[in-house]
Design a protein around this ligand. Structure first.
Ligand code: SF4
Length: 793
């Protein structure tokens, strides 16, 4: 493994210090990953050891110990990992292995100082792996890359804000800037940010939600009237069946396994639907149940349906068809007639469509045998209270909104919403991605929200639709957006079509990233670039009124406080709310009547503004101080559907056909276990048996054989879209339990293959789980050439 640089270490002979165009992609791996057996049990002793190794190794016993006691505690900080909610009665250790890794990353003792940047040119940094960049440490000072320079250099905060103001105020139109938000951003920072952006004059507010659960939001809003899930964590205590679709909670939402384990132990039937049989849904050993650590663990899955990639509409329609066939045989026993007739619309069209769907098509397109579908339908039919959970496996396809709405159809058919133990549960990724949207981070916010901003702040917010993530990429590429500002995240590595994205960013006049750590997005930049280092969520945030807390909204609509537990990594860091306020003050000057600087002296003042503009936040400052916070209003949770006619809607979808030419495969990108979003914590994917490497492609053994390949061979992957090809080089072939003609690879390495023009209907989410590829042996195995995109620039 590459070792992170240390202060005082020379970067060689300076050969890399020339002005070069750094690669936008992680470097190829010098040694192939090791491939071992797939694990059968998640959690247990390995998870405990991994958590402690990361926290104590990176943050040290003192800082690490303090952090681990405060993660997800009532008086502590919200885990910066995923958005899984906290139970109302918390144990002293409310975190998972991956939460511990996230905290260790932020709590690291390593620092990226001005001296570090003096030693390391941008070009040389770009040659390092994502792991290396992340392990380099916490950013300590604001840094600027001046036009034509090879190295970042320090500047003062005043100079940084003045530079951004100069660029923004020189634009021909506010729409020539785009303001990205990552899901880590707190409610307070997000509210101020969108207010500033709209006072500046644009709705160009792309966010990470555009790339993950936008399809859920779109699909649910159209059918149920609200773009959020309807269940609470307590509902998992009452469900009779839980369907987990296109989701790998063992790696991406590990504490969900605790809820599933409790459900399985009391007899709830869990059905998982996924192309890969993920270890986390097979068996689980809770790391805190000491007496069970050496036992076999709890079996979670009652039934596993190994669906083909993007076979979900076929599968869900098959389940609906099977339920309707049972209803036809015994009327009144399967369809919840009272619910369907009283609270829904569109049932007849839905049923009529399913009558035309053939079982042959269902089985062929889903890849799941009929008897397994019937078994799943039996579970659905006998469960009076079912929760449907899902994640990116449903949302990153061209027909993703249809996927989500077919889940809703099943929910409505069984009347399985608006009562305890039942409902829909899109499981969000980043910790405050849902809250940021509630705060108005949206390129087409609702008119009522804009009216509230106008009323409260006395200005006319722009009403035209702004740019989402795909729109921002294309506008940057076309030169229409000239300033790109990112509040958190790693935009380059999170977005599709890496080489296209890189060209787009390089055309900007200014790129700005508010960050805690170094990442690849800092190395692929506009003519000028800024890195603005911010406080982490784990750190004390002291302003004029004293120590502050921020708030977040979890995946189930609970809003609660997050208080930092340790001293900041550097005295030069500013909090995100302060960065936004000082930026707005510098850019807007007398054009804004908002008292930006006074607001962030005491974040209660920001929350008072949120309370006046956003429904559901009444008495915000008092209620958020209660243990566990408070729940936002959620009509579907109570059986009310805020649609235009007050009904929940069945919808009709054409079953998508997976059309592959001979030799082609359908590829999905996924995370390894040592990864959270774009952050790489290590090189192992323990559950899938991969160690010390990431450039692997999982293929069915018969597909390996059919292509004349062998296990461990190096191959190049070529994606095919509308006559264009894109190539990613040197992946190790791993025969795996995956459906025929399917493939899986890790992102961000494989993002280069995802075409920017390939996105979901309506939601415009990039189709990162539906990429048509071919696989061929690497011509000169071992040649360390960077991956490239063949798309013309
Ligand atoms: S489940 Fe998610 S929020 Fe909870 S500790 Fe793990 S990563 Fe953090």
């Amino acid at each position: 493994m590459d070792q992170a640089p240390r202060q005082g270490e020379d970067d060689g002979d300076g050969a890399g210090d020339v002005l070069a165009v750094p690669s936008a992609q992680p470097p190829l791996e010098v040694r192939p990953p090791d491939v071992g057996p797939v694990k059968t049990v998640a959690g247990g002793v390995p998870a405990v050891l991994s958590a402690f190794k990361h926290v104590l190794g990176e943050a040290g016993p003192w800082r690490g110990g303090k952090l681990i006691w405060k993660i997800n505690q009532q008086d502590g900080f919200d885990c910066p990992g995923c958005a899984w909610p906290d139970p109302s009665h918390r144990s002293v250790q409310e975190y998972c292995e991956n939460g511990a890794k996230a905290v260790a990353e932020e709590g690291t003792r390593e620092r990226v100082t001005p001296e570090f940047f003096r030693q390391w040119s941008v070009a040389r940094l770009a040659e390092q792996s994502d792991l290396w960049l992340g392990k380099a440490g916490r950013l300590t000072h604001p840094m600027v890359l001046r036009e034509g320079a090879t190295h970042y250099e320090p500047l003062s905060w005043e100079e940084a804000f003045a530079l951004v103001a100069e660029e923004l105020n020189a634009l021909g139109s506010p729409d020539e800037a785009a303001f990205y938000t990552s899901g880590r951003t707190s409610n307070e920072a997000a509210f101020l940010y969108q207010l500033f952006v709209r006072q500046f004059g644009t709705n160009n507010l792309p966010d990470c939600s555009n790339m993950c659960h936008e399809s859920s939001g779109t699909g649910l809003t159209e059918t149920l009237g609200i773009g959020k899930g309807s269940v609470t964590l307590e509902d998992f205590d009452h469900a009779q069946a839980i369907f987990v679709i296109g989701q790998n909670p063992g790696t991406n939402h590990p504490r969900m396994l605790t809820a599933l384990q409790a459900a399985a132990r009391r007899g709830c039937e869990i059905v998982s639907v996924n192309p890969l049989p993920e270890t986390g849904l097979n068996r689980f050993k809770h790391p805190q149940e000491v007496l069970h650590l050496f036992g076999p663990g709890t079996a979670l899955n009652k039934l596993f349906l190994q669906v083909r990639i993007n076979g979900d509409v076929a599968l869900l329609q098959g389940l609906g068809k099977a339920l309707l066939e049972r209803e036809a045989k015994a009327p009144g026993t399967v369809v919840d007639r009272a619910f369907v007739e009283g609270r829904t619309a569109g049932f007849d069209a839905y049923a009529a469509n399913l009558a035309t769907v053939s079982w042959d098509d269902v089985v062929e397109q889903s890849g799941v045998p009929r008897e397994q579908l019937e078994a799943a339908a039996d579970i659905l039919a006998r469960s009076e209270r079912t929760i449907f959970c899902w994640a990116m496996g449903l949302t990153q396809h061209r027909n993703a909104v249809g996927n989500v709405q077919e889940v809703v159809n099943l929910t409505l058919l069984r009347g399985s919403i608006g009562k305890a133990g039942a409902g829909v549960c899109p499981v969000r990724g980043h910790s405050n991605v849902q809250g940021d949207r509630t705060m108005g981070i949206w390129e087409h916010a609702k008119p009522e929200f804009m009216d509230a901003l106008a009323r409260e702040f006395g200005f006319a917010p722009p009403r035209h639709t702004g740019l989402d993530t795909v729109g921002t990429l294309k506008a940057l590429h076309d030169g229409q957006v000239k300033v790109f500002f990112a509040l958190g995240g790693n935009f380059l590595s999170a977005t599709p079509d890496t080489e296209f994205t890189a060209r787009a960013l390089r055309r900007a006049r200014l790129t700005v990233h508010v960050s805690t750590k170094l990442n690849r997005a800092h190395l692929v930049h506009g003519k000028r670039a800024l890195i603005l280092p911010c406080l982490g969520r784990t750190e004390h945030d002291v302003q004029a009124a004293g120590r502050q807390f921020v708030t977040v909204e979890d995946s189930m609509g609970m809003v609660h406080a997050s208080r930092g537990a340790v001293a900041p990594a550097s005295e030069h860091l500013l909090s995100e709310p302060v960065i936004v306020a000082r930026l707005a003050h510098a850019v807007m000057g007398a054009r804004s009547q908002v008292p930006w600087l006074a607001l962030v002296e005491d974040y209660d003042r920001v929350r008072e503004l949120i309370q006046r503009c956003i429904p559901g936040f009444d008495d915000f400052n008092r209620r958020v101080r209660a243990p566990g916070g408070f729940a936002l209003p959620n009509g579907p949770r109570e059986g009310r559907f805020p649609t235009r006619d007050g009904k929940a809607h069945f919808t009709v979808h054409t079953m998508p056909r997976i059309a592959l030419e001979p030799g082609q495969l359908l590829m999905m990108t996924l995370r390894s276990h040592d990864q959270y979003n774009t952050t790489v914590y290590g090189l192992d994917d323990r559950y899938r048996g991969i160690r010390q490497g990431r450039r692997v492609v999982f293929l069915h053994p018969e597909d390996v054989k059919a292509r004349g390949l062998t296990a461990g061979q190096r191959v190049d992957l070529t994606s095919h879209f509308q006559g264009e090809t894109r190539v990613a080089r040197e992946f190790l072939v791993v025969p795996y339990n995956i459906p025929r003609r399917c493939a899986a690879t890790y992102f961000p390495e494989a993002n280069v293959l995802v075409p920017v023009d390939s996105f979901a209907e309506k939601s415009r989410t990039p189709t990162s789980k539906s990429v048509v590829i071919t696989v061929a042996p690497t011509p000169e195995a071992g040649a360390l050439v960077p991956a490239t995109a063949a798309r013309p620039g």
